[in-house]
Write a protein that binds this ligand. Sequence first.
Ligand code: AMP
Ligand code: MG
Length: 315
Amino acid sequence: MAVLPTETVYGLAGVGTNLSVVRKIFELKGRPAHNPLIMHVLGIREAQHISHITPFASKLADSFWPGPLTFVLPKREIVPYEVTAGLDTVALRSPAHPLFRSMLMEVNKPLAAPSANRTNQISPTTAIEVLDEFGEDCPPILDGGICDIGLESTVLDLSSKKARILRLGPISAKEIEIVLKQKVETPSDTIKPDGNANKSPGNATKHYAPQTPVLLHKNLQSLIQSKEVSKRDVVIVPFENEIPSVEQKTKQVLSFSSTISNLEIAKNLYSKLRQADKMNPPFIHLSLIDGEEGITDAINDRLIRASSQNPLTSQ
Ligand code: AMP
Ligand code: MG
């Protein structure tokens, strides 16, 4: 078992066909057995060894692999049911990070790699954050610096006739629709207030959340006008140049990005949430961000999960 960088977040990686390794991954994370792992492979050829590739999957792999798009496909026998949480489907993707890819080449086996955090904590995007998570129990880490994307992959269910996004991520529904030439269902079409927990067990509403309670405002303007922000609270505004607009309420203001870029917000999102959490305020205040769909929807999805008061827990 080792911690490896990917372009999304750091992963706790081990040979996914080795049962004792898979059990160790679950144990170290404290991950419930009903939350399946994502398998990582070099490409479509290796994917064929562990899953039944559909025409949609091979089309999408041509366009988006290696990259942050995970497919859920019918599994082959070689994949232990421990990996898939008893499901007949397996989640798999081809990561783009060169360090992860050289490890895949070296090992020549699929690597199961959930995010390298303890269950219910925020995904790590730097090696130091991984060390913070696991302390003395930390497996060796390959330090690849800060993850480029900073948000977990898009999870796309291709196991039935209709393609369906189970987890929003860096690859948008629109981009997938252009390749498939058909409509793709998104969680907002299907998700209920308590999450579509059955089909994608790790997709519980409360997920990716700091320890500190988070209050999420509709937009920055309503945060600024809110009477709920106290001087002891921490506010995280989207962009650095917006910091002065909330300094009358509290001096503890952070920003997700120093440039006007939603991609930069995604990259820094989890580190900033961790930083705010460490300041130990009564509340962290955030606001939904504006922008084109795609990465903006994925960011807002994580902000909603970070702020959910719903006691549902999972990964
Ligand atoms: P993580 O490994 O922390 O990035 O989380 C993996 C995500 O993929 C979770 O949301 C899982 O529920 C989801 N997932 C993994 N395998 C499957 C599967 N066979 N069917 C549906 N969702 C899955
Ligand atoms: Mg995770």
